[in-house]
Design a protein around this ligand. Structure first.
Ligand code: ADP
Ligand code: ZN
Length: 746
């Protein structure tokens, strides 16, 4: 009925003063590039950025009113009579123009469809409608007689701030417990149930609290950053300072300046660095918890936060990479901490680098961006050399804490016992530290018990049925698992090839196996393993970190999850079990990444008055990366690395894109790859390598072939790729993944 009403001929249509905008161009969050025309019915007003509902291919979809086509565009006009109407407009602010430009930019750069990028900028659907009143809880403020305070109940009370009621679901999520705990606490008189008309307003971070007195270098860096915030100008500041030099303090100064100016702030952090320690530090400085956006944040919190950001009510958001697409109406500063971290690169869906696109956002919004790191990426350092970024250096650890001493342990000389992985030198070091009542950490970037299981009788290796990858044994959960596709199966009783019983041998160590060795060598030591698959969620991780801080743990064994940000004053020895691990394989950044990771791990040792010591176990002590680590010569290493890349035309001195063609079987993948190869462009300044089977030749059952496109920095890589791909048609069973500036070479 509504349909026929709004489609009645409008008697005013021919009148002179009628608004001319009867149609709107809409971008829909579907993986298509198309912008679609819709009719704006009477009674509905829209503007660019308005979020609306429209019919599309028999469904109803959310869409965003996009800007008018440029006057010279050759978009075909659909006749008015064929247009479907916009059905409704949501009562939220329109997507800001800056964000619309960012969506276009990212699509253009990554070659991902516009609609797919738009999807990242839209929150959960229910962020778009205001919420009805709901039941919420506040702390009673007293502990009635007989009410027991269990761990979970304590966490619930800690999660509550006075004056800010929370729903049962929010509380349960914040306290990592079931909603039954909330009900029981209400019954016991620990919580009081109330009704809230709407959500309580988000607490406002306070930018006027006193900041710590800064050292000379810190003050100089902070001054530049604060001035850029106050001047509201685009500038990329590379805050390059050793671990513990006060980078966080410096960017807190810039955040305070943005808050004082009443503007919003986005801080991007790698997901695993977003720990409790960072959050409580933030809370101490700004007087409230930061709003957090990442994949583990529950649906309701995401919904509320998206809306609050759009309304300008959330002033600071700390998030992992996808926070980049939040609809801030008035952003004043972006900070990317640990800017070198490769987790900023999203590897599926829209393949983009959040650090790089954050710089784009800052330039579109004309605001400063701070990139902080103790081991900046070569990309950023070269940009600083070229004068595109301004480098701010903090050369010293705060309070004069010494950098740890880094020694290489040659495993060919200092051999571990048979089926063991810790060298006598490292064992002695651990013994000394434990005897002195200090703490130690063993780092091995490998989850599980053993990376490879083979049959001693016939040599058969247990492989994933869906991927070109070994199955990794996880002994604690009695499983073999594929770390690429998630396949899991119990360890078979007999070898599937030779049928010999009990013939499997574990090859090489994972953290679980290391834990076994530690418990045999140091039976009295209290140890724990920190790896992403062994901790159930952020609360478990935070609890473990707290235990280490309280010295309830003597020895921590972990993967890279442990490398970030934590500050353990009693930790004086770090043992890197296999320093060669990251250097194998055909990754152009293997050396750089190993340096960054091991440097970061080393930075865990000796953060206060106790000096730290780091032992790197290696079979190749001459390796330049390890030599540079031992000599603490980051800049020397990077100079050599940079030159090596320059001579091979690799990033950051040249441009790179990867194309991965995949099909359900080897033949179709090969045929598609051959078709692509025939259509490949030949021009000066570009070099196309491949097709070749990808190192992960089969992944989740799909057969993969790879091209690598190398081009000079002057080449418009995107235009070239568009022309190339425009010339071919691929069968429906074939998928093509385009990765501009690839970081993964698997
Ligand atoms: P980074 O981010 O470079 O690793 P942090 O900002 O975390 O360094 O500083 C390391 C430690 O030193 C932190 O505990 C921090 O609070 C402290 N710190 C740094 N600068 C100062 C300062 N100017 N005054 C007081 N404490 C400081
Ligand atoms: Zn697999």
């Amino acid at each position: 009925m509504a349909e026929s009403c709004t489609s009645l001929p409008n008697p005013d249509a021919t009148a002179i003063d009628v608004p001319t905008r009867q149609r709107a161009r809409l971008l829909l969050p579907v993986p298509l590039d198309g912008i679609y025309d819709y009719r704006i019915p009477q009674g509905i007003t829209v503007e660019p950025g308005s979020i609306v509902v429209v019919p599309f291919a028999g469904r109803r979809l959310i869409g965003v009113v996009w800007d008018d086509a440029p006057p010279d565009s050759d978009e075909a006009e659909v006749p008015e009579s064929k247009l479907k109407p916009i059905e409704m407009v949501f009562d939220v602010p329109p997507l800001p123009a800056y964000l619309r430009r960012l969506v276009e930019w990212v699509s253009n750069y990554t070659l991902a469809p516009l609609g797919a990028v738009l999807r990242m900028a839209l929150g959960p659907v229910d962020s778009l409608s205001p919420l009805p009143g709901k039941t919420a809880f506040i702390a009673a403020g007293i502990t009635p007689d007989g009410a027991k305070l269990t761990q979970a109940r304590r966490r619930v009370l800690e999660a509550l701030t006075p004056g800010a009621p929370m729903s049962a679901a929010e509380l349960a999520e914040a306290a990592d417990c079931g909603t039954s705990v909330i009900r029981a606490m209400t019954k016991a008189g620990l919580l009081i149930e109330t009704k809230v008309a709407a959500r309580a307003p988000r607490p406002r971070p306070d930018g006027t609290r006193p900041l710590p007195h800064l050292s000379e270098d810190q003050a100089a860096a902070a001054e530049v950053a604060v001035a850029a915030v106050e001047a509201r100008r685009f500038e990329t500041l590379l805050l390059d300072g050793v671990t513990g030099s006060g980078k966080t303090e410096v960017y807190f100064n810039a955040i305070a300046a943005a808050l004082k100016a009443g503007r919003q702030v986005l801080v991007l952090l790698p997901e695993i660095a977003l720990g409790a320690q960072w959050q409580s530090r933030f809370e101490r400085q700004f007087g409230c918890r930061p709003a957090i956006w990442h994949s583990e944040v529950g649906h309701n919190n995401r919904r509320d936060l998206w809306r609050d950001v759009a309304l300008g009510q959330a002033q600071i958001v700390i998030g992992a990479r996808s926070a980049l697409f939040l609809p801030f109406p008035d952003l004043g500063l972006i900070v990317v901490d640990e800017e070198h971290d490769t987790s900023f690169k999203q590897e599926d869906g829209v393949i983009y680098h959040a650090r790089d696109m954050a710089i784009v956002r800052a330039s579109i919004e004309a605001i400063p961006i701070i990139l902080a790191s103790a081991t900046p990426s070569l990309e950023s350092l070269v940009n600083a050399e070229r004068g595109r970024y301004r480098r701010l250096v903090l050369p010293d650890r705060h309070g004069g804490a010494a950098l740890p001493d880094i020694e290489l342990v040659d495993l060919r000389v200092d051999k571990p016992a048979r089926q063991r992985f810790l060298s006598p030198k490292l064992l002695t070091g651990l013994r000394q530290v434990l005897d002195a009542g200090e703490q130690a950490m063993l780092f091995l970037n490998r989850r599980g018990y053993a990376p490879l299981t083979l049959c001693r009788t016939c040599g058969h290796r247990l492989e994933c049925p869906n991927c070109t990858a070994w199955l990794v044994e996880h002994r604690l959960v009695r499983k073999l698992a594929c770390h690429h596709c998630g396949y899991a199966a119990p360890l078979p009783e007999t070898c599937p090839i030779c049928h010999e019983e009990h013939s499997f041998a574990a090859c090489g160590p994972g953290v679980e196996r290391l834990a076994e060795e530690v418990s045999e060598c140091f039976p009295e030591a209290r140890f724990a393993v920190m790896a992403s698959d062994m901790l159930m969620g952020p609360h478990a991780a935070a609890e473990l970190v707290a235990k280490v801080q309280n010295h309830e743990i003597d020895l921590l064994i972990g993967t890279q999850m442990m490398a970030k940000g934590h500050h353990f004053p009693m930790l004086t020895l770090v043992g890197v079990v296999d320093a060669d691990l990251g250097l194998a394989g055909g990754d152009l950044r293997a050396g750089e990444r190993t340096f960054q990771l091991l440097h970061q791990v080393a930075g865990r040792a000796g953060r206060e008055e106790r000096p730290g010591r780091v032992l790197l176990q290696t079979f190749d002590p001459e390796q330049p990366v390890l030599q540079a680590l031992a000599a603490q010569d980051r800049d020397g290493f990077l100079a050599v690395e940079s030159e090596a890349r320059r001579s091979r035309g690799l990033p950051p001195h040249g441009r790179l894109a990867a194309l991965i063609v995949s099909g359900p079987d080897a033949e179709s993948a090969d045929a598609a790859a051959a078709g692509l190869a025939r259509a490949a462009p030949h021009s000066r300044g570009i070099d196309i390598l491949g097709p070749a089977p990808a190192p992960l030749a089969v992944l989740r059952g799909r057969h993969r072939r790879r091209f690598l496109v190398k081009a000079g920095r002057e080449v418009n890589l995107q235009a070239l790729l568009r022309q190339w791909l425009g010339r071919i048609r691929l069968p429906a069973s074939i998928r093509l993944q385009i990765d501009v500036d690839p970081y993964s070479f698997l």
